[in-house]
Design a protein around this ligand. Structure first.
Ligand code: NI
Length: 184
């Protein structure tokens, strides 16, 4: 009996599948989460697990095929304790004039990186997993990551911030990458 329970638990812990670009599902606009319930909380935990297993620092729900406005993030130092953050219905209320450039990657664009310029600081409104509304200022890598993930909720990828030439090069490489993966 206990063995059976253990197996079920294992099955429930299965990792979500990350969608790789180019894929039309990554270009859709996600809908707000209307009710924050158990299902949403389980999903956020599954997203976190998927993100950690893939060594990412952020993941947005549309990347796993769920068109709801949800993000998970952990920008803590790898040697330090985990700091899992969950954001439901995030909305940027203000952003700084100051911008900073950072080399970004994305779990949906594996092995591809490009420098992207974004506002340095943002003031964010969001709901947590209990449904409580929060407002908080973010800067540095967290501000960059949040803007990148909120882009996903709006059907936008980091390559949409760079030149068409660079973007096309990256998309071509990803098409090849997907072909390789499908072969194996
Ligand atoms: Ni991404």
């Amino acid at each position: 009996m206990k063995e059976h329970w253990y197996l079920t638990e294992l099955l429930n812990m299965s990792k979500l599948q990350i969608i790789i670009a180019p894929d039309n599902r990554l270009l859709k606009i996600s809908k707000p989460v209307s009710e924050i319930n158990k299902k949403i909380r389980v999903l956020l935990d599954d997203m976190l697990e998927t993100m950690y297993e893939s060594n990412g620092i952020g993941l947005a729900a549309p990347q796993v095929g769920i068109l709801n406005r949800m993000i998970v993030m952990d920008c803590s130092d790898k040697n330090n304790k985990r700091e899992a953050l969950k954001f439901i219905n995030p909305e940027i209320l203000e952003m700084s004039q100051n911008k900073s450039e950072f080399e970004e990657g994305c779990l949906s664009l594996p092995t591809q990186f490009a420098k992207v310029e974004r506002p340095e600081t943002i003031f964010l409104q969001y709901e947590d997993e209990t449904g409580k509304k929060n407002k908080k200022k973010f800067s540095g890598i967290e501000a960059i990551c949040l803007q990148h993930e909120i882009d996903h909720l709006n059907g936008k990828l980091f390559v949409d911030h760079i030149s068409k030439l660079k973007r096309n090069r990256i998309i071509q490489k990803l098409k090849k990458y997907k072909k390789q993966i499908n072969k194996t």
